[in-house]
Design a protein around this ligand. Sequence first.
Ligand SMILES: Cc1cc2nc3c(=O)[nH]c(=O)nc-3n(C[C@H](O)[C@H](O)[C@H](O)COP(=O)(O)O)c2cc1C
Length: 223
Amino acid sequence: MKRTIFISIFFAAFVLPFSVACGGDETEPQQQEQPDTPESPDEPDTPSSGNGKVLVAYFSRANHVPDGTDAVSGATNKTRNTQTVAMELSRLTGGDLFEIIPARDYPVSHTECSEIALQEYEADARPALTTHVDNMEDYDIIYIGFPIWRYCEPMAIRTFLEEYDFTGKTIRPFCTSMAVGIEDAQANIARLCPESSVADGLRISYNIPNNLEELLSEWIGIE
Ligand SMILES: Cc1cc2nc3c(=O)[nH]c(=O)nc-3n(C[C@H](O)[C@H](O)[C@H](O)COP(=O)(O)O)c2cc1C
């Protein structure tokens, strides 16, 4: 009995006034504060740098054409595909975005670039990189994106993979390409990072599909 009285007093004195003050009137539904969301897939969230866990690292030929490149030929050369996918992936996962930037430039000309890619592949080269992840230990899942170059990953990706300790981490490779799948590159990555778990990768066409968000969301959901 004493307990019932106490609960009644407590409710009347504290809970009731508080709920009224907070707009608990059922006739006027409360306006829910909406979380900030990007207005369109073209405007990806800039991932915050402090959320740890997920890193989206990518190499794309986007910004690595030599200075003075003819604007017209540059414009007709299809680049930034992997960057486009990486940015969308970063937006969807909330992961930190990191660009793998080689020290050298790669020619805009497909033929010339292809020649260099072949030379680097045959030499099993490790092109130097100018960007580095300072806190790789903070990440558990690392998405690694790249364009397919001559049927596999560009050698800069191998430089990146050998720079860090991926022990116990999950690597999720993704690529863009004209036609070639990710399987060979994925096998190479698994060989280079035997202490990590390399999940099934995803290949996206260089003609970035309109349903990119859907494709990525589906892939992200797969363990
Ligand atoms: C040097 C070089 C080699 C390529 N080799 C292949 C290949 O073997 N198979 C393929 O399907 N696409 C190949 N491509 C096409 C790229 O994978 C494709 O255009 C990719 O989306 C480019 O990505 P990026 O814009 O992020 O650099 C090659 C492109 C370049 C520049």
